[in-house]
Design a protein around this ligand. Sequence first.
Ligand code: PBG
Ligand code: ZN
Length: 327
Amino acid sequence: MSLPDLTIRPRRLRKTATIRRMVRETSLSVADFIYPLFVDEGITEAIEVKSMPGVSRIPLTDVEAAVKEVEALGIPGVILFGIPSQKDDIGASGWDDDGIVQQAIRAAKAACPDMCVIADTCFCEYTEHGHCGVLCGEEVDNDATLENLQKEAISYAKAGVDIVAPSGMMDGMSAAIRSALDDAGFTETPIMSYAVKYASGYFGPFRDAADSTPTFGDRASYQMDPANRREAIKEALLDVNEGADMLMVKPALAYMDIIREVKDATQLPMAVYNVSGEYAMVKAAAANGWIDEKRVVLETMLGFKRAGADLILSYHALDVARWLNDD
Ligand code: PBG
Ligand code: ZN
């Protein structure tokens, strides 16, 4: 038996750590990350989220320390989620200038003026029914919700937010928020749109953390069907046309193809959300000693970058920053 004539041997470039480093195509940086924070108006001490080991709901008084920790690690941004002490039918505390997110924005900016403070802009944490907007019967009324999103975005901007991030998958949400911000004089406040967000089982632990589980039905009439790929491009291009400044794809792990396609179809910076269920799975396996947590997490984050992500929202961000800073 004779061997083929191997003129091309890819292993030549894998021979040493130095060469591997020189031909590496993708890299991870602490600057790629955004860390989610859950601020609960109704508590005075942090409470760990059971399904998300290492993640807590924090009281307003802990925001300063939390943001300083993020900043000390070199992470450039946080995204805030608020759990109000009062909920109602329409989520009015979402646009209360003294609402929990507005207070958290002010606290975060006071503690770390250079931190990029992003506010998730939705209503599921503020409504009694847990849906992402105003109900009409059992349906979320798109256009009525847009009006409330406009008020919420302006209120966050007044509190000093750096970026608003509408996450409710309402049609026209980026355009509605853009015109409202502009009319109110906030022409320089960017929108990071959750442009491509699927109705996902991977949000389960988040809904424990943010107390936002719908009391009836599900979000399938506004979030996307996980089976759809073309529709993701349609949604992304709509947001580009509506004036969104950044796009997001969410969840991340089961949607790597979508991340790549949205990246190739658009020119905007793109974030991916490595969601709560993705985090919980890794944490559970790691706690059992079944996987090497650091290795698996870094590999996953690199995969998001390779797929086209410019920014990664992740509950692993603090650990990732520590690992990257150590190496
Ligand atoms: C609110 C919102 C959700 C997440 C981010 N913003 C939950 C949902 O749509 O039910 C999920 C984040 C995560 O799972 O980590 N619209
Ligand atoms: Zn929502």
